[in-house]
Structure formats: C-alpha cells, structure tokens
Write a protein that binds this ligand. Structure first.
Ligand code: PMP
Ligand code: GLN
Length: 384
C-alpha cells in the first residue's frame, strides 16, 4: 500500500467527539458538545415529511432551493439592511462547517496568512492549513474581548484574511459596533478578506444587537457571511447552513462548492424555506436562551465555579480555579475529571489555541432541558 499523504499530521480527534464519548461512557450529563437535548418545532419536522411526500426528492439547483435562498436574502435585508441577491449571492451549504472551509479555500492559498482570534473554534485552523495557508492565532484580551492592537500587530504583508466569530464560541462574548467599524477600517487598509462565522446570530442577550458584517457596506464587500440553521432551529444534525457574499466572492465560492458538495438535502431545504417565512421562531430565540442562561447561572451560584460574562451563544464559560480539590489541574484534565468523577461533561478552552493556554476555564452548553440543567447543577453543587 502506498503511504497516505500526510494531511493534518498533528491533528487529533475533535474535542467535541472526545468529550461526548467520555460523557456517554461515564453516564455524565453532557454539557460539552454544543447541541440541544430537546426537540425541534413539530411543524418544522412535519414540513420535511410533507416536502418528501410532495416529491421534492431530486437534486435541487447547485446553489440551493430558490425559495430558501429568497428567504435568507429577505431576512438579511430585514435584519441588517443588506441587499444580497438570492440567485447570485446566497449559497446553501452543508452546515456552517462546510461554509467556512469552502469560503477559506475560495479566498486564501499557499503562503497566505489568515488571522484567527483565539480562543478559536476548532475547525478554523485545519481548514486554513488544508488550503495551504498559515493560521496565525491572535489572542483576545484577558476578559475575552477583541484586541485590535494585537490584531494590528499580527498583520504582515502576507496576511490575506481574518476569521471573525460573533457571538463568540467558546467565550460567549459578542462583538460591538466599534469592533466592526475597526475591522472595516483594517480590512480596507490592508486589503483583507473576512470570513465571518455568525452561526449564533440569533442568540444575543440583554437587548444587544447582533453585529453582522452585513451591516457595514465596505466590510460586506469583502466578507463571506457564514450561518447555520442547525443552531437557530434546534436541528444541529441536519447540517444545513448558508454563505452570503458579494458576486465575485460568491462566484469563487461556488466554483469549489459545485465539486465538493454540489448541493444539500432537498426536502430539508423546502421545509426550512417554508419555516423561515415566519420570523417568530428566530425572533424568540434570544429570549429563550437568555432565560436558560439566567437559570443555569443562578443554579451555579454557591459553587466554587466563577461565572464569566455570557453575552451570546448557548455557552457559559467558568473559571474553576477555586475548586479546592482539583482547581489546579490543567483544563483538559479538569474537564475529564469533571466528566468521570462529578458526572458533568465540559469543554476545556485550552483546545482552542495553537499554544494551549491554562487559564482554568471550561465551557458548559446550556442548550438543554430545564431538568437536564438542574441535574447538572445538582452534581456541580458537590464541588468543594
Ligand atoms: N462555527 C461555530 C462557532 C460553531 O460553534 C459551530 C458548531 N456548532 C459551527 C461553526 C459549525 O456549524 P454546523 O454544525 O452548522 O456545521
Ligand atoms: N459547534 C459545537 C460546539 O462548539 C460542536 C460541533 C461539533 O461537534 N463539531 O460545541
């Protein structure tokens, strides 16, 4: 047998798979990998069945079902005042993950540097490496805000793109209007592409607006906006998302998309199109998750876990260093111990860095039923 080409030779199994397996093995409450443990709206599920029964079972257009692209364009226009053309500028993808990797391959190549903000969601680094480019980690501030001085310092003549993620996984921070204006200035000044991961766009708390790149015309012109229906409609396993980008960027995106994915599950796209016509479900999402955030935070009150700010996403990050027995453990070891001995799975933030940081921080997912969160809190109350 010939040697396999060494793609991503130093990359292990994603932490989400590792921690979910450990949680299952030990019967832990799984607050690690981010997915809801409750069902989607039955009307949405019914719509998939109906789409199949109606015969929507062959290939849709390569770029996605037209009604869904129209729905996405209308929503982006209503929310962010951005005029994306449904035929030309919107492509339906196999989730956010494919949107991200295809967008990166469309805009960077061998020798290019791509800035990723650390802690960074774990698919960015390998996606950039597979494109032959170099991921350059730029740290956030100590309280997980975007650090524009650090971003500026990391820019070189080879910097070609920046990956933005707001609301931010894993920290739960959201970018501000000032952040986006600064990014707009920098991107123009240094002629950068922006890949904007906005999969948590409908989970922003305390009345703050989501700061999409689509709101800022000069930024929009050089950005791939990536989102996912899995997060918004409690169906992470469907893996359907979209990429919105101006014509030249969309054309480059589609050149790759057509030969890697071509198109995604037809009946699901029809169901999402019908469901998207009603704004009520996604408009309710921030309040829905804000209530879960508040309940989960209240339930952890009195434990030695220090709650960090949570402004968006469905993740709560905590500082565990005050846990008397095991607070000195490195993050991965602490997350394993918490899973196997306390019975609650979490994700260590150290895995989201090129050079793992040990700040004593782990992430919990609160997209769970109230009884699941209560059970987890009861177990965490045993921490001394
Ligand atoms: N980006 C971020 C920040 C995520 O948390 C996730 C996973 N939920 C994705 C992208 C991938 O989304 P999808 O499951 O639609 O591929
Ligand atoms: N995005 C999810 C998270 O952050 C996990 C997705 C995955 O398992 N790949 O937990």
């Amino acid at each position: 047998m010939p040697a396999l080409p060494a793609k991503l030779p130093n990359t292990g199994t994603t932490i989400f798979t590792v921690m979910s397996a450990l949680a299952a093995e030990h019967g832990a409450v799984n607050l690690g990998q981010g997915f809801p443990d409750f069902g989607a709206d039955p009307a949405l599920l019914q719509a998939v069945t109906e789409a199949m029964a109606a015969g929507h079972n062959q290939y849709p257009p390569m770029t996605g079902v037209p009604a869904l692209r129209l729905g996405v364009a209308a929503k982006l226009n209503a929310l962010y005042g951005a005029a994306y053309d449904a035929d030309r500028d919107i492509t339906i993808t196999a989730g956010g993950t494919q949107g991200l990797i295809t967008a990166l391959h469309a805009c960077v190549g061998a020798g290019d540097e791509v800035l990723i903000i650390e802690p960074a969601y774990d698919s960015y680094d390998p996606a950039i490496r597979l494109a032959g480019a170099v991921p350059v980690g730029v740290p956030m501030t100590m309280d997980y805000r975007l650090d524009w001085a650090a971003v500026r310092a990391a820019i070189t003549p080879r910097t070609r793109a920046l990956v933005l993620n707001t609301p931010h996984n894993p920290s739960g921070r959201v970018a501000t209007a000032d952040d986006l204006r600064e990014l707009e200035r920098l991107a123009e000044q240094h002629d950068l592409f922006v890949v904007s991961d906005e999969v948590y766009e409908h989970m922003v708390f305390d009345g703050a607006p989501h700061q999409s790149v689509a709101r800022y015309p000069a930024l929009r012109e050089r950005s791939f906006l990536v989102s996912s229906f899995g997060k918004n409609f409690h169906v992470t396993g469907w893996k359907v998302g979209f990429v919105a980008a101006p014509p030249t960027l969309s054309a480059a995106f589609r050149r790759l998309h057509q030969y890697t994915v071509f198109t995604v599950h037809t009946p699901t796209q029809h169901a999402l199109a019908a469901y998207l016509a009603d704004p009520a479900p996604w408009q309710a999402l921030s309040a829905f998750y804000q209530a879960k955030r508040d309940a989960f935070r209240a339930a952890l009150d009195g434990t030695p876990l220090k709650l960090l700010p949570c402004e968006g996403t469905y993740f709560q990050t905590v500082d565990y260093r005050a846990v008397s027995t095991h607070g000195a453990l490195p993050e991965l070891d602490f997350a394993r111990w918490l899973t196997t001995e306390i019975g609650v799975a979490a994700i260590p933030l150290s895995v989201f860095y090129q050079q793992p940081q040990q700040r004593g921080h782990v992430r919990f997912c609160f997209a769970k039923r109230d009884d699941t969160l209560a059970e987890a809190a009861q177990r965490l109350a045993r921490l001394g």
